[in-house]
Design a protein around this ligand. Structure first.
Ligand SMILES: CC(C)(COP(=O)(O)OP(=O)(O)OC[C@H]1O[C@@H](n2cnc3c(N)ncnc32)[C@H](O)[C@@H]1OP(=O)(O)O)[C@@H](O)C(=O)NCCC(=O)NCCS
Length: 136
């Protein structure tokens, strides 16, 4: 089975589609132009992280969500770091961005802890960006 490893041995990511992991279906309501990856803790589904192609060249947008009972354990950060590394390293994107509601402090913390920096606004959202290392 294809899996994306993370810095935590027991947390892994794998691509999912609706109904593949019924527990995560409520998190898969985003448009079909997102590629969703389940976040698993010891094989148990605990969230979703997702990528979405942007119009700008070589840029992909990141999203993440953790189920209520597993929030606050650093898992979104672990997943965001791993999917960003995958997007830049394996998929070859030069830039990963996240659009975050200014009132969503938890999400901004996740972005900052994952190496993203605030670069501006898009509509009502703050834009955070991560640049691929030059040596990739
Ligand atoms: C945002 C979200 C993904 C964070 O997941 P998580 O696994 O709890 O994130 P982490 O544990 O890695 O880090 C969260 C940080 O925010 C902090 N935090 C959590 N709730 C907070 C709040 N209401 N106000 C301020 N800080 C908060 C945590 O203490 C932690 O900070 P720390 O690293 O200084 O301890 C999760 O809350 C979620 O699924 N929210 C709903 C969906 C969402 O908002 N997704 C992002 C859309 S851009």
């Amino acid at each position: 089975m294809f899996q994306i490893p993370t810095e935590k041995e027991n947390i892994t990511l794998r691509p999912i589609v609706r109904n593949a992991v019924p527990e995560l279906n409520p998190m898969l309501v985003r448009g079909s132009d997102w590629t969703n990856f389940g976040i698993f803790e010891d094989g148990v589904p605990i969230g979703v992280t997702r990528l979405h192609l942007r119009d700008e060249p070589s840029t992909v947008e990141l999203g993440y969500e953790i189920t209520g009972r597993r929030k606050g354990n650093g898992f979104a950060t672990v997943a965001a770091k791993a999917i960003t590394e995958y997007a830049e390293g394996e998929l070859g994107y030069e830039r990963v961005i996240a659009k975050i509601d200014p009132i969503n402090i938890a999400s901004q913390k996740v972005a900052k802890k994952s190496g993203f920096v605030e670069t501006g606004k898009e509509g009502n959202f703050l834009v955070y960006a991560h640049q691929a290392p030059k040596n990739l």
